[in-house]
Design a protein around this ligand. Sequence first.
Ligand SMILES: C[S@@+](CC[C@H](N)C(=O)[O-])C[C@H]1O[C@@H](n2cnc3c(N)ncnc32)[C@H](O)[C@@H]1O
Length: 214
Amino acid sequence: MNIEKAYNIWANQYDTNDNKTRDLDVKATVETLSKYTFDSVLELGCGTGKNTEWLLTKAKHLIGLDFSEEMLSIAKKKITDPRAEFKRADLNEKWGVENQFADLVTSSLTLEHIAYLDPIFNQAQLKLKNNGLFFISELHPFKQYAGSKARYETDSGTEELEVYTHHISDYIGSAENNGFELLGINEWFDTTPEKEIPRLISFVFKKKKQQKTN
Ligand SMILES: C[S@@+](CC[C@H](N)C(=O)[O-])C[C@H]1O[C@@H](n2cnc3c(N)ncnc32)[C@H](O)[C@@H]1O
């Protein structure tokens, strides 16, 4: 099943089923981004708006992009704040957002569904103001090496989604290629680091100031 269709089906249980990855991502997002200030946020793969509500406690304007109509429809029902705008967009195509709109681009649990990171970093760079931040939180590649994938239960069994593995060096290399510097990297565990491999990895990248060319 393609990814968009799978999320359209998952949408009505996404917020309520047991999902350690989803829940840990809230902690990773809030703990990481609390120390930054931002006004305009571009949220990639906003889904049902799980993180949108918290981002709006700090932001003045937010655009959430997602290609799943059903995920977006739940986000729109939950979040009626006029500062939030939800748009249907495939992240593998042009995003339809004004350049230099954002001082923060965020992406949670979405890049595992994207085959090529370079076009994502390239567009994030265009949509950010100088010194803007790109926050990424993803299923840790160590988990992926061990076989973990986004999945949900249906009446006919477990539905596993199409995923791509991005190594840590892929994120960092793609960021560097597209004019970002790494500000921070963190690994997130269900319980204690001594007992398990990390579930999530997060990065904060900063867009480097563009050099003027004569
Ligand atoms: C696991 S959900 C994460 C949703 C939200 N960020 C969160 O943390 O709860 C992944 C989201 O990415 C969206 N997505 C995956 N591939 C996409 C693509 N190519 N373009 C737009 N959205 C995509 C899915 O529709 C889904 O809503």
